[in-house]
Design a protein around this ligand. Structure first.
Ligand SMILES: NC(=O)NC1=NC(=O)NC1=O
Length: 167
């Protein structure tokens, strides 16, 4: 990534490029623009992670709530962001059997009912069976544990999205 070019961006250009590094949370890119100049993309990523970690619990829950369900209504209606579409597609979530679809939707609903935010996992590092396995296991956790797990998965998603941005 050409950090000289990134550091010379105005905030509109910066948000255009990094606004979806965390799914549907352009506020984060808008906020960390103030931290420029960044020496490397890892430095930029660290600023994003520090911003996330500094949020109160409600802020972290809010980030999770901005994530579309895996194989959920956005995928069915074709309204996923390009990033999510690619991630969910490569995990095999666009080619589920009727039974797999129903199982995932049922577990997702149970998870959301229990925690008040969606199950979030880095789809690029998983496949459909691992995702269902993780969802079934993690639904047993306590809320604080799942808030932590979800945010850690958001960071993995963000890391891979930043690696994919060629600038
Ligand atoms: N609920 C989710 O985990 N959503 C997602 N994970 C990804 O890696 N991409 C998504 O859209």
């Amino acid at each position: 990534m050409n950090m000289k070019a990134v550091n010379s961006m105005n905030y509109e250009e910066f948000i255009d490029l990094f606004g979806n590094a965390v799914e549907k949370c352009p506020l984060i890119a808008a906020a960390i623009w103030s931290k420029r100049p960044f020496t490397t993309v890892v430095d930029l990523e660290t600023s994003i992670f520090e911003f996330i970690d500094s949020l109160p619990q409600t802020g972290k829950e809010g980030i999770l709530r901005c994530h579309p369900d895996l194989a959920g209504r956005e995928l069915q209606s074709g309204t996923l962001t390009a990033d999510s579409q690619q991630e969910q597609g490569q995990a095999g979530l666009t080619s589920l059997s009727q039974e797999e679809q129903e199982k995932l939707q049922h577990q997702n609903s149970r998870y959301k009912l229990k925690f008040g935010f969606p199950f979030v996992i880095c789809a690029r590092l998983n496949n459909k069976s691992k995702i269902l396995q993780e969802l079934t296991a993690r639904i047993q956790n306590q809320p604080q544990q799942e808030l932590h797990n979800g945010i850690e998965e958001v960071k993995k998603i963000c890391h891979l999205r930043l690696q994919n941005i060629h600038w």
